[in-house]
Design a protein around this ligand. Structure first.
Ligand code: NAD
Ligand code: UFG
Length: 354
């Protein structure tokens, strides 16, 4: 068997799209996931799409014995590290879970990597490390800020931990990929975002309304100093993100040390602009009501992705129309996500625009 890339969290939303990109690029992969926010079906879909068996171990990155076992059995030469908890709101209620999973989990993983002399790591970071940005569009070189949530602090702490690791040993090559707002799904409609429980992010909440499961969308805040009073974000297609991971891994073959790259489109859209674009593209009306600002939201945030363009040759290829079309295709083909059906959810009743 050739050199293998270990993909932690590879059954999840961004991890599954990246696993697909790696397999399509002819690479050998091994997915490690405890399925706490995903299911085996995403990997079965990948197998169908690629006509390849996906090596999978169900397990937790906090299990040091398991990590030892994996690194001793497989010829791993790089790790893509997606696993972690990602809900901003939940992190406020359960900070210990977030620090244990995201920070201690990464620490365990790095220990195992060092023991087995695997020094290439691509880490899923987030624009949240910039906190309230001092300048927009955001460039990497201005430095990080003060994240507003425990979730954001786990990402910043992990970045700092990884920077210290690179200082301590020049053999490490680490990519910090700072995602902006990932949305969309693979064009096949076979894999996509499948959040457990009640969604928090804008697109999953919006599609719940479009599917008729929730009567209206709540728009948090109408008095921000933005184009129309609602928050502006840089939405980026998950397939473009996957391609960014592939390019970052290639770049690590010839550079040591730690490198941060923004993965965003460089364009900002407000919540109202997203609602209108969704209505235009799908023909479905999205009733909404305004509510007070959501704690921890910043008014505006979008990237300057020039550094990723220059260093990696990566540019987001897919525009907002494509992002919404692909999100909607995934949703329509999989009204209950990866589950064939669910009696927990109300039946689907699409609201055609009148
Ligand atoms: P996701 O929840 O779909 O995927 C994470 C995967 O990790 C899941 O399959 C989950 O089961 C697994 N996992 C969690 N804890 C684990 C553990 N201890 N051991 C093994 N597996 C574990 O999330 P996603 O949207 O694909 O995000 C992937 C990464 O990108 C996360 O680190 C997240 O913080 C980061 N990120 C996501 C976004 C976003 O908006 N989706 C934005 C910025 C950064
Ligand atoms: N929003 C609504 N109604 C909803 C859901 C969201 O108005 O029902 C608004 C939010 O208030 C915000 C915007 O839509 O103004 C985007 O919110 P999301 O929750 O989709 O995304 P965030 O920008 O808050 O956070 C996301 C990820 C984080 C990541 C961050 C990086 O969830 O993990 O992007 O920019 F850190």
């Amino acid at each position: 068997m050739g050199k293998t890339t270990l993909i932690t969290g590879g059954a999840g939303y961004i991890g599954s799209h990246t696993t697909l990109a790696l397999i399509n690029a002819g690479q050998q992969v091994l997915v490690l996931d405890n399925l706490c926010n995903s299911c085996r079906e995403s990997l079965t879909r990948l197998e169908r799409l690629t006509l390849t068996r996906v090596d999978f171990i169900e397990g937790d990155i906090r299990n040091t014995k398991l990590l030892d076992d994996i690194f001793s059995r497989y010829d791993i030469d790089a790790v893509m590290h997606f696993s972690g908890l990602k809900s901003v709101e939940e992190s406020v209620r359960k900070p210990l879970d977030y620090y244990a999973n995201n920070v201690v989990g990464t620490l365990n993983l790095c220990h195992a990597m060092a023991r087995y002399e695997v020094f290439k790591l691509v880490f899923s970071s987030s624009a949240t490390v910039y906190g309230a940005p001092r300048q927009i569009p955001i460039i990497e070189d201005l430095g990080t800020g003060k994240p507003i949530s425990p979730y954001g602090r786990t990402k910043l702490m992990t970045e700092e931990l990884l920077a210290d690791l690179c200082l301590s040993d020049p053999r490490w090559s680490i990519a910090l990929l700072r995602y902006f707002n990932p949305i969309g799904a693979h064009e096949s409609g076979q894999i996509g975002e499948n959040p457990n429980g009640r969604p928090n992010n804008l697109l999953p909440c919006l599609t719940q309304v479009a599917m008729g499961r929730v009567p209206e969308l709540t728009v948090f805040g109408s008095d921000y100093p933005t184009v129309d009073g609602t928050c502006v974000r840089d939405y980026v297609h998950v397939v473009d993100l996957a391609d960014g991971h592939l390019k970052a891994l290639q770049a690590l073959q010839s550079r040591n040390g730690i490198h941060a790259w923004n993965l965003g489109t460089g364009n900002g859209y407000s919540v109202l602009q997203i609602i209108r674009a969704f209505e235009d593209i799908t023909g479905i009306s999205i009733p909404f009501k305004f509510a007070p600002r959501r704690a921890g939201d910043i008014a505006e945030c979008w990237s300057n992705p020039t550094k990723a363009g220059r260093d990696l040759g990566w540019y987001a290829q897919r525009d907002l129309v494509r992002m919404i079309q692909d999100t909607w295709r995934w949703q329509l083909r999989n009204p209950h996500g990866y589950h064939a059906q669910s009696d927990l959810l109300a039946p689907v009743a699409l609201k055609q625009r009148v």
